[in-house]
Design a protein around this ligand. Structure first.
Ligand SMILES: Cc1cc2nc3c(=O)[nH]c(=O)nc-3n(C[C@H](O)[C@H](O)[C@H](O)COP(=O)(O)OP(=O)(O)OC[C@H]3O[C@@H](n4cnc5c(N)ncnc54)[C@H](O)[C@@H]3O)c2cc1C
Length: 541
């Protein structure tokens, strides 16, 4: 996918930032947060095709859109999330709502819906979750019953209830997942359809400017040509196809919100003087509350950009990679916001400083579009299959590639990432020999270790790629960050992996000797110097 010209993307991002500076002041955003108020006018302006026209980004050019790439979508959502995650979620819901049509619609459906969505400032919603079906969508109970006239299928009657729908009370159009006789399918429902209603807005912990409601469907008639793809039973397949993309977009939200919290913590640390000097000069402060978060977020960014590049290069699916991106980046965003409160001391606990709001907002990113635990399972299952299919070579081959990268680029942590990959391969093999993944906890923990190991590997492989953002860190800082991350992940994978294996009584199986533990500990040499370098770099801008 070609996507936007870099200059066009830059213009969109700067227009967005200017719009936020002029209109979305902290006072206004805090007011929306306190009142749990959805800013209709703001969304209208952001969507208006004659102004910012955000949805156009996600609509292909042939239908009147801008045909933005995955990379473009990530950059725009990162900026939106740094402004307000409730507003960003409303935009995301529109993109997700359009997606089933874009991916699964027939040529006629696309030709009808896409130009329509491109020409108006329409809000969309995407309704999959139900009160009893969240992580397990196969348990859906909303029914789509065919309606026949003169033996001809004319439409469907939808009955059921949806839960936690972003834009649920404000959308103009909804894509709704329901069980038809041929299986789970997407249907397009227009606001105001008879029998269709939304509940009252949920009183939420965060993203309070976002509108989230239940939906009630009682004999809602949907014409047959509003069954997406005009074929029943394609719903979960259509959703699966885009998981790589949609999870990447949520990762971008975690990145944007997490960096905004971190940016505020860095700025505060330069102003706040304690014990005779600014906090930004105190390593016990920077190395605990600032540096680790920049490291985790930038590792997430490197992974997001790698996946975006692959999707834009024409690869399809990448659901596992999308899950890894979402998992590591949204967990990093959460931690960054949590630490930003601590970094502000008592002021962090007050609403005025915004980090308290960001912390409540960013929490949702580890829950919606698949919880962190479901990501762990997705990742573990997929890579478990890769390990078995390759007779254990999946990670040892990757380790060998990293060792080669290290020969050419010795400063990016690739040698340490290789140690991690070899440790991971040992654990997976041990799990296979003794059937350890039958224990669900072990399977999920493997998912966690795999996610961090792959992120460290990708980061060290791609750190020299020229950064494309205006506010990107310089190369030496990025390299130091990649080394810190590689060291941290090596210890985590070896330490946690060993913990779970020993916890399952894998004692005396030669595990400890096969892990290169001395090398992993020796690789920590230079860690504090790198952290000090990164701290200086972060507070100097
Ligand atoms: C603010 C908000 C906005 C949302 N927007 C939308 C939207 O626009 N459209 C939409 O369709 N949905 C939306 N959702 C729903 C969201 O995607 C779900 O809440 C999420 O997928 C989790 O489902 P659940 O709430 O039913 O939790 P559950 O699936 O019941 O999970 C509860 C806990 O159990 C864990 N768990 C679940 N299954 C397993 C398992 N097999 N093994 C071990 N642990 C497990 C989970 O990780 C979680 O920790 C939204 C939710 C919120 C809160």
């Amino acid at each position: 996918m070609a996507g936007l010209a870099r200059e066009t993307l830059r213009m969109i991002l700067s227009t967005l930032r200017k719009y936020a500076n002029d209109n979305l002041t902290p006072e206004y955003l805090l007011e929306l947060d306190a009142g749990g108020e959805f800013p209709h006018e703001v969304l209208k302006e952001l969507y208006d095709p004659t102004r910012l026209g955000l949805p156009l980004l996600f609509i292909p050019k042939e239908y009147g859109g801008l045909g933005g790439s995955t990379y473009d979508a990530y950059r725009v959502l990162e900026v939106l999330a740094s402004i307000d995650l409730g507003i960003a979620t409303s935009a995301l819901a529109t993109f997700l709502g359009i997606d089933p049509i874009k991916v699964g619609g027939t040529a006629e459906q696309k030709a009808y819906w896409m130009p329509r969505l491109a020409s108006g400032a329409f809000l969309m919603a995407y309704a999959a979750t139900e009160p009893q079906a969240g992580s397990d969508l196969t348990a859906l109970s909303t029914k789509a019953e065919p309606v026949y006239e003169n033996n001809r299928l004319t439409g469907y009657k939808l009955n059921g209830r949806k839960q936690w729908v972003s834009n649920g009370g404000v959308a103009d159009f909804y894509t709704i997942l329901a069980n038809a006789p041929g299986g789970i399918s997407w249907f397009i429902v227009e606001r105001g359809a008879e029998g269709f209603d939304s509940g009252k807005p949920e009183d939420k912990h965060g993203i309070r400017a976002g509108n989230t409601t239940a939906l009630v469907l009682e004999d809602v008639y949907v014409p047959a040509d509003q069954l997406v793809g005009r074929e029943e039973g394609q719903g979960l397949i259509q959703a699966q196809v885009v998981f790589g993309y949609t999870r990447l977009l949520v990762a971008a939200l975690g990145l944007g919100a997490g960096w905004e919290a971190l940016r505020r913590a860095i700025a505060y640390s330069k102003e706040r003087v304690q014990a005779g000097g600014p906090l930004s000069q105190k390593p016990a402060y920077t190395h605990k509350l600032i540096v680790p978060n920049a490291v985790a977020l930038e590792a997430g960014r490197a992974y997001i950009e790698w996946v975006a590049g692959r999707l834009d290069g024409g690869e399809s699916g990448l659901g596992t990679e999308g899950a890894i991106a979402k998992y590591v980046t949204t967990e990093a965003g959460n931690q960054a916001a949590e630490d930003a409160i601590q970094a502000h001391g008592g002021y962090g606990y007050a609403r005025e400083y915004m980090v308290e709001k960001i912390k409540r907002d960013v929490r949702i990113t580890t829950i919606y579009e698949g919880t962190s635990e479901i990501m762990e399972r997705t990742i573990a299952r997929a890579r478990w299959r890769s390990h078995l299919r390759t007779h254990g070579a999946y990670y040892t081959d990757w380790a060998a590639r990293l060792e080669q990268v290290h020969q050419v680029e010795p400063d990016n942590g690739a040698d340490v990432a290789a140690l991690t990959m070899r440790a991971l391969a040992v654990f997976l093999e041990r799990c296979w020999l003794d059937r350890l993944t039958r224990n669900q906890h072990i399977l999920f923990r493997l998912g966690e270790l795999i996610a961090y190991a792959e992120t460290a590997a990708v980061f060290s492989e791609h750190v020299l790629r020229k950064p494309t953002h205006a506010n990107a860190l310089d190369m030496a800082t990025r390299q130091a960050i990649a080394r810190i991350y590689a060291r941290q992940v090596a210890l985590k994978v070896a330490g946690d992996g060993l913990r779970w294996m020993m916890g399952l009584d894998q004692v005396g199986s030669g595990l400890i000797d096969s892990l290169s533990l001395p090398a992993i500990y020796e690789a920590q040499e230079g860690l504090v110097e790198d952290m000090s370098f990164v701290a200086r770099s972060l507070v100097s801008v």
